[in-house]
Design a protein. Structure first.
Length: 234
């Protein structure tokens, strides 16, 4: 049992709600983990047909679909409980502009107070479109690099075979080509790791260039960029 109230008192609502979600999720995973172990025990030893040969694969897949819906419903109830007990029901959080935000002062007609706004309204959408176009291009370049790295394992020559053997379609033993497969895997790993490191730096640079007003907007866009790229990169 986690001391959620103590965590909230010390670190604040955002950290407390994260640990509450993490505890709820971990507890909910106990049932799928136990059933997954049972499904694995029923997997045929010869591995012929893969998971399709396991009679419990389909029922387990249906269970996971229902479990995901049940988990979301359980978490919503837990979240509403926290909102009620912590007194955050209906609260609206206002954030100050980031120190790095570049804007101009204008009078807000509703509050009659000065606030920082974008100098040109069309700048933000144009920068978003440019950033995402760059992300798509980086994904394409990374995918091409991974493809080239994968083709290395097919470059193994056949000097161990005579011309007569090559004519009959024979290939070298697996142990001969193992080195090329290992080199291909290593190249693929380097491409994935290097692309991920480079994109993390570029994502921060793009975020700064987009000139987000609040820290929440900045972090949300940074997370979205990294998630989309790493989804294709991995």
């Amino acid at each position: 049992m986690q001391p959620i109230d103590e965590i909230r008192d010390y670190f604040g609502d955002e950290v407390a709600i994260y640990f509450s979600w993490l505890g709820c999720y971990t507890h909910a995973l106990m049932m799928p983990a136990a059933l997954g172990l049972i499904v694995r025990l029923f997997q045929p030893a010869d591995e012929e047909g893969g998971v399709n040969a396991n009679v419990l694969t389909l029922p387990y897949s249906v269970f996971l679909a229902l479990w995901s819906v049940a988990f979301l419903s359980t978490w919503r109830k837990k979240e509403n409980e926290h909102r009620f007990l912590w007194g955050s029901e209906g609260m609206v959080f206002t954030q100050r502009p980031r120190p790095e935000y570049k804007g101009v002062l204008e009078i807000n007609e509703e509050t009659n107070r000065e606030e920082m706004v974008d100098q040109h309204k069309w700048h933000r959408p144009a920068k978003y479109a440019t950033s995402w176009l760059g992300i798509v291009l980086l994904i394409v370049v990374t995918a091409f690099g991974a493809y080239v790295a994968t083709t290395v394992k097919y470059m193994a020559p056949n000097p161990c075979l005579s011309e007569e053997q090559l004519a009959t379609g024979e290939v070298c033993p697996f142990k001969y080509k193992f080195g090329y497969k290992g080199l291909s895997a290593l190249c693929n790993l380097v491409v994935i790791q290097l692309a991920g490191r480079i994109f993390e730096k570029l994502a921060e640079m793009m975020n700064e260039w987009e000139n987000h007003k609040t820290e929440t907007q900045f972090q949300n866009m940074l997370i979205m960029k990294n998630f989309v790229f790493q989804f294709f990169n991995k």
